[in-house]
Design a protein around this ligand. Structure first.
Ligand code: SF4
Length: 201
């Protein structure tokens, strides 16, 4: 690939694939970090706070929980934002869901539209460790049909990279509230802490 990460980011900022297909997304696309990152975090999609206030990934309440987990693994939020890379399966805010009480999950079509951008980011950043956060991000790398309980708390090596999956940190997630799942989250945090030491992240 002859394009740089900045070239790709410029194209993403101009992307209208989803709105052009009639999806009620709200921009701008959200991502952050450096091409020199050795750790990449991949979430589902930005939320309202990210697109209307901060223009930074994971800056709402779910992000606060994710950064608490990362802090327990030894990562400082500023360091993560400055030295590593954060992106998502779809980079524009999908809007509210039908109930109005949460965010709409991106459709399969929107995920397909945006997959080229994520693929380019992964190729150009070339991180040693990837944290897929939430079911959609985990599906992107592990395929469908898995159970979160079989993945969270473990680390995997795929195509020379380490993957440490995390559940979606939304407070609306009943999965993360269950005590047996909290044990798996602690294991995932330990896996990340170990990778941090091992790869000097
Ligand atoms: S979500 Fe991705 S594919 Fe859709 S408009 Fe935004 S950048 Fe383009």
């Amino acid at each position: 690939m002859s394009e740089s990460l900045q070239d790709i980011q410029a194209q993403v900022r101009l992307c209208i694939r989803c709105s052009g297909a009639g999806y009620p997304i709200q921009g701008p696309p959200i991502f952050s970090g450096t091409a020199a990152a050795r750790l990449m975090i991949v979430g589902q999609a930005p939320g309202r706070a990210e697109v209307s206030e901060t223009l930074r990934p994971f800056s709402g309440s779910a992000g606060a929980r994710l950064f608490r987990w990362l802090k327990q693994a030894g990562f400082d939020q500023c360091d993560i934002r400055e030295q590593h890379y954060i992106s998502s399966i779809t980079k524009c805010f999908p809007g509210a869901n039908a109930s109005g009480r949460g965010d709409r999950a991106p459709t399969r079509a929107e995920q397909r539209f945006c997959s080229e951008w994520l693929e380019a980011e992964v190729t150009l950043v070339d991180p040693e460790v990837i944290l897929p956060v939430g079911k959609l991000a985990i599906e992107r790398f592990f395929g469908k049909g898995f159970k979160l309980v079989d993945l969270i708390g473990n680390r995997f090596q795929v195509d020379g990279r380490i993957f440490i999956p995390f559940p979606h940190p939304s407070g609306a997630s009943s999965w993360i509230q269950q005590s047996e799942h909290q044990k798996l989250i602690r294991q995932a945090i330990n896996q990340l802490a170990q990778a941090k030491m091992e790869f000097d992240l």
